[in-house]
Design a protein. Structure first.
Length: 429
């Protein structure tokens, strides 16, 4: 499967072209500035955003989002072309360029900044939560998180008064090797290491030719194997909602993907509804929805809470044993609620819908299937559900045709003259 310069990566380069130019410009301007001035500037930024770096904080779960050069899949040779549904960086392009200047000039200074951010936001010698997530884009990527930073953070410091039960990190499946896990376990301040991976969908073609993930099934199977052999736990992120696909296609894909991740051997499976973010493909589709030229008269990929319940209930009834593995994204679900709320307005449905969202978040702790079934039944009485059902009843389940149609329209919009040549790089078999 050719994944370099495929159609979707060209689309993403095009959607992110302004950000790429800005990044290159900032990098050029700052690379000859005195390093200490740049480090000082970024330390001040860390001071001001300590609350954001420390994203979650509870006795059971805490998370810190550490500064870095960014996702090396999203940013290659100073050009942005990452996963089509993702945008963690477009608001911070200048900052990532400056971090890259520091990383290129001094690994030591870069590592010190990461440690400074951890201490400033999380403190030192603190009472740990049961689970501590220490989040970068890919903690096992030595460009983003060099060993110097690892040993500076974990090798010398007393981070916690009492060790947490587990530490959670993010990684791309292709970065999970026994050597990297060995380094991470060498000074781990916890009994257990969980590696969270963005699998997104079980369908390899969709994952790589439309989501631009650039991760094969084999890389995922190998990563799971390495984690098992290293006595670490694996966690798969699965998307509910695919940019451009209709709800019927998205929900079918979601159900199949969870069942696939279960059989593949993941220990945990986190469900993340698609949300509109910055320069993502779904935001682009939404922005152009109904515009002249009618690029997108189809769905954007955002699925309603009704579809999420329908998919979840179907999984729980078909494979009850998967219940113990499933969690709901604490990051995406609240954002999804805000975005769905805009769509339903102040209707009488709101109470049922709010309860449905609360039920999903509680599911993470209580695993109460009866409550999920009861909330689903309430949801089915709403107008939101009637509208959802009438939409889905007319939707095609053939996602290959949908992607082809969308790609053709995208191609015509982005590359007026040579759109056919570009479209020919699309491979859907
Ligand atoms: S989903 Fe993960 S791998 Fe893909 S661009 Fe975003 S951070 Fe990078």
């Amino acid at each position: 499967m050719n994944m370099k310069n495929n159609f979707i990566s060209e689309v993403m380069k095009s959607l992110w072209s302004e950000q790429s130019e800005l990044y290159q410009d900032v990098y050029r301007r700052f690379k000859s500035n005195p390093l200490n001035e740049l480090v000082e500037e970024l330390r001040k930024r860390i001071d001001q955003s300590a609350g954001l770096i420390r994203g979650y904080d509870s006795p059971t779960f805490s998370e810190v989002f550490l500064p870095s050069t960014g996702c090396s899949h999203c940013l290659k040779e100073s050009v942005f072309c990452g996963c089509s549904f993702c945008d963690f960086v477009s608001n911070d392009v200048e900052y990532f360029a400056k971090m890259k200047v520091i990383r290129d000039q001094s690994e030591e200074a870069y590592a010190q900044l990461i440690c400074y951010a951890f201490k400033t936001s999380r403190g030192e010698n603190v009472s740990a939560s049961l689970s501590e997530a220490i989040t970068l884009f890919d903690s096992l990527d030595v460009d983003e998180f060099p060993d110097t930073a690892y040993y500076m953070l974990f090798g010398q410091n007393q981070l916690y008064k009492k060790r947490p039960f587990q530490v959670e990190i993010e990684a791309r499946a292709s970065s999970v090797t026994k050597d990297r896990l060995c380094v991470w376990k060498s000074h781990l301040p916890a009994r257990r290491l969980i590696v969270r991976m963005g699998v997104e969908v079980g369908d390899e073609l969709l994952r790589n030719q439309w989501l631009n993930k650039s991760i094969t099934d084999n890389e995922i199977y190998q990563a799971i194997e390495h984690l098992k052999e290293s006595k670490c736990k694996s966690n798969a992120n699965i998307l509910i909602g695919i940019p451009g696909l209709n709800e019927r296609q998205s929900i079918n894909m979601f159900i199949d993907s969870v069942l696939w991740a279960d059989v593949a051997g993941f220990d945990q499976i986190v469900l993340s509804p698609l949300i509109y973010v910055g320069a993502s493909l779904q935001s682009y589709i939404a922005t152009h929805n109904g515009s002249e030229g009618a690029l997108f008269d189809c769905h954007t990929g955002f699925v309603s809470i009704c579809a999420i319940y329908e998919g979840l209930v179907s999984i729980l009834l078909r494979e009850p044993s998967v219940i113990t593995k499933i969690g709901i994204s604490v990051f995406n679900m609240p954002v999804h609620w805000k975005q769905e709320k805009q769509a339903i307005g102040n209707s009488e449905d709101e109470e049922f819908v709010r309860e449905a969202y609360d039920g999903l978040m509680d599911f993470n702790v209580q695993r109460d299937v009866h409550r999920i079934l009861s909330l689903y039944s309430n949801l089915q009485k709403t107008q939101l559900y009637s509208r959802y059902q009438s939409r889905v009843s007319t939707q095609s389940s053939n996602y290959i045709d949908t992607i082809y149609d969308l790609s053709k329209k995208l191609s015509m919009l982005l590359w007026h003259k040579d759109w056919e040549d570009k479209l020919n790089t699309l491979s859907l078999s």
